[in-house]
Design a protein around this ligand. Structure first.
Ligand SMILES: C[S@@+](CC[C@H](N)C(=O)[O-])C[C@H]1O[C@@H](n2cnc3c(N)ncnc32)[C@H](O)[C@@H]1O
Length: 263
């Protein structure tokens, strides 16, 4: 069991509205504007074809998203979203395919639409670098926040049979796969849950491979809950404005780095 903090200690998640909701809001506003324009033209006696209506919706969705300050790649999604939807509907694909695709994506990615931390897996090179950071003392307790398929957890548990390695993962399918991979292992386990609700005070080393979005709030949680002298390790994503105790170059094509903080 991953320990939970008392409710008063529980860390709040980042509060900013996730981009997927902003994007939906922008489409709705664009829809209202497009509808008003088209209705006005209709009242004036104009017959409007479907293509200009779709184009107007796309252009207005991009404009509203831009005014909301959404990043460039979201503007591209907004531009193609409604035309792609219309094209998919025109293909008369059975709705069960869309439902099946939705369920599969939900199982793989869970609440990525709010966490803004998608599933992508770290490689053996990273696991080895993290393993080298582990203190030699026996009985270490290690936690991987967002453990994906459990690759790091399994590697560290095998390399350090004297330790106990845990993972916590919120996406259902990766979590189930991780649990299966830990079966029969005495010193490793993976739990389904949200790491914002986990208590970090019982761990000697906490690892994270997430995204830039949660890092500032996660650092606040680390400072509040982890004991002095313990290690917080983040692969790829630094904490803005907080100097790490050590930076390890991965010497890979992406020139990625491992950041280590002694709390
Ligand atoms: C980039 S992947 C890293 C996977 C794994 N740690 C590795 O190194 O291969 C990040 C994972 O964190 C999970 N995640 C994101 N937010 C989470 C949360 N609040 N609680 C638990 N898991 C979360 C995602 O579902 C995703 O599987």
């Amino acid at each position: 069991m991953i320990p939970r903090p008392s409710p008063s200690l529980e860390m709040a998640q980042p509060r900013r509205m996730p981009p997927v909701f902003l994007a939906a809001l922008a489409q709705l506003l664009a829809f209202a504007l497009t509808g008003s324009v088209m209705l006005s033209l209709r009242i004036m006696g104009w017959e409007i074809d479907i293509v200009p209506i779709l184009l107007t919706q796309s252009v207005l969705a991009v404009a509203v998203s831009f005014l909301m300050g959404m990043p460039g790649w979201w503007l591209a999604i907004q531009a193609v979203f409604i035309p792609a939807l219309a094209a998919a509907l025109a293909l008369s694909i059975a709705p069960t395919w869309f439902l099946g695709g939705f369920v599969l994506l939900a199982l793989i990615y869970g609440r990525t639409y709010t966490t803004q931390v998608p599933l992508y897996l770290s490689r053996r090179r990273v696991w080895l670098a993290i393993r080298r950071q582990l203190p030699q003392a026996p009985g270490l307790r290690v936690l991987d926040l967002g453990s994906g398929l459990g690759g790091l957890v399994r590697h560290l548990a095998e390399a350090r049979p004297d330790s106990h390695v845990s993972g916590i993962e919120s996406a259902p399918l990766p979590c189930w796969i991780g649990k299966l991979r830990m079966m029969g292992r005495r010193n490793a386990h993976i739990e389904w849950g949200d790491f914002w609700h986990a208590d970090l005070s019982g761990y000697d080393v906490v690892c994270a491979y997430l995204s830039p979005v949660p890092m500032p709030a996660l650092w606040e949680k680390v400072k509040r809950e982890m004991r002095p002298g313990t290690l917080f390790i983040s692969y790829r994503f630094p904490i803005p404005g907080v100097m790490p105790s050590q930076v390890v170059e991965m010497n890979d094509l992406g020139q990625t780095e491992l950041y280590v903080w002694r709390v």
